[in-house]
Design a protein around this ligand. Structure first.
Ligand code: PLP
Length: 320
């Protein structure tokens, strides 16, 4: 019998798919880790479940206690489902730039939504979450602060990548988007332990540009969980490149990833253009479903050259 006791046991063990037609050179293999295959459709299922389980075990989170978090989307959605399944009322503080599909999901899963003005952004949403925690005795999940976030990726995402690539040679390059920074810090540390010459690149939107789930470190708030010591460089991406590469992944590899997956693919191809041989792993943090209401999937008929012309040439690798 191969039955799962609950949907929570489906978190993790996501597939690693080789992007055969997108790799620019025969000696360079690019592998995408498809985190959209998690139950609520994103990588955040891993960290939310880990933080909740550890907090219940330590007693920091009491049975039935209200939980609050700040999120641009995916963490809020994962918390709304898993918090509810573990018997907790859930509050999510979101910038009102949040995509309508995400807000709908939060409501479908029964979360109470607090909106902060768009320009106030995630930093203010986090401050509002801390006020709700203080004033209503709610447990603050703390994805920007909790070591459990990094530990979840070190122990699961990173370990799975090494196991899945066993026999295919070392991971030479890791490319992952940076929101709070848990993925790049945890997976980066694990892959560097396995191969000290693995290059780790964080993907970041240019300041003022909205790439769902990602955060510019130039906005003045460096998340406490982000371990910049694992980074060898960061790749700044605009949303045109993110959109066009999300479409390329879908049209050329049949992978329906989200906007940040497009940004990560663009960055992975940049990294691939700089090496002759090697294995590149790219973290596709969520699926494309949540963005069907956006113009992500409306082709703007701009090929790479056309996008290059539109994009700011700063859209490049910044080595550490
Ligand atoms: C779509 C998407 N991509 C990437 C990330 C970045 O993940 P991390 O929090 O591990 O930096 C997030 C985080 O919110 C996300 O939602």
């Amino acid at each position: 019998m191969n039955v799962y006791p609950s949907v929570m046991e489906l978190v993790g063990n996501t597939p690693l798919v080789e992007l055969r037609s997108l790799s620019p050179k025969p000696g360079v293999r690019i592998f995408a880790k498809l985190e959209g295959q998690n139950p609520t459709g994103s990588i955040k299922d891993r960290i939310v479940l880990r933080i909740l389980r550890e907090a219940r075990k330590s007693g920091a989170l009491e049975p039935g206690q209200r939980i609050v978090e700040a999120s641009t989307g995916n963490t809020g959605v994962a918390l709304a489902l898993f918090g509810r399944m573990l018997g907790h009322p859930v509050d999510v503080c979101v910038p009102d730039s949040v995509y309508p599909e995400i807000e709908q999901l939060l409501q479908v899963y029964g979360a109470r939504v607090h909106r902060v003005p768009r320009q106030a952004g995630i930093k203010t949403a986090r401050e509002v979450a801390l006020v709700v925690a203080r004033e209503e005795g709610a447990y603050y999940l703390g994805q920007f602060d909790s070591p459990s976030n990094v530990r979840a990726h070190y122990e699961t995402t990173g370990a799975e990548i090494l196991a899945d690539l066993d026999g295919a040679g070392p991971v030479d390059v890791l490319v992952a988007g940076m929101g709070p920074g848990g993925t790049i810090s945890g997976v980066g540390r694990r892959l560097k332990e396995a191969n000290p010459s693995c290059h780790v690149f964080g993907v970041e939107p240019r300041l003022g540009v909205h790439v769902q789930g990602l955060k510019s470190l130039d906005d003045g708030f460096i998340p406490p969980v982000l371990d910049e010591s694992v980074l060898d460089g960061k790749i700044i991406v605009g949303n045109r490149h993110a959109f066009s590469h999300a479409r390329r992944a879908m049209l050329e590899e049949g992978i329906f990833g989200g906007i940040s997956s497009g940004a990560v693919l663009h960055a992975a191809l940049r990294a691939a253009s700089r090496i002759e041989r090697g294995n590149i792993v790219a973290i596709f943090a969520d699926g494309g479903w949540k963005y069907l209401g956006t113009d992500l999937w409306q082709s703007d008929d701009l090929d790479d050259a056309g996008i290059e012309a539109h994009e700011d040439p700063l859209d490049d690798i910044l080595w550490w």
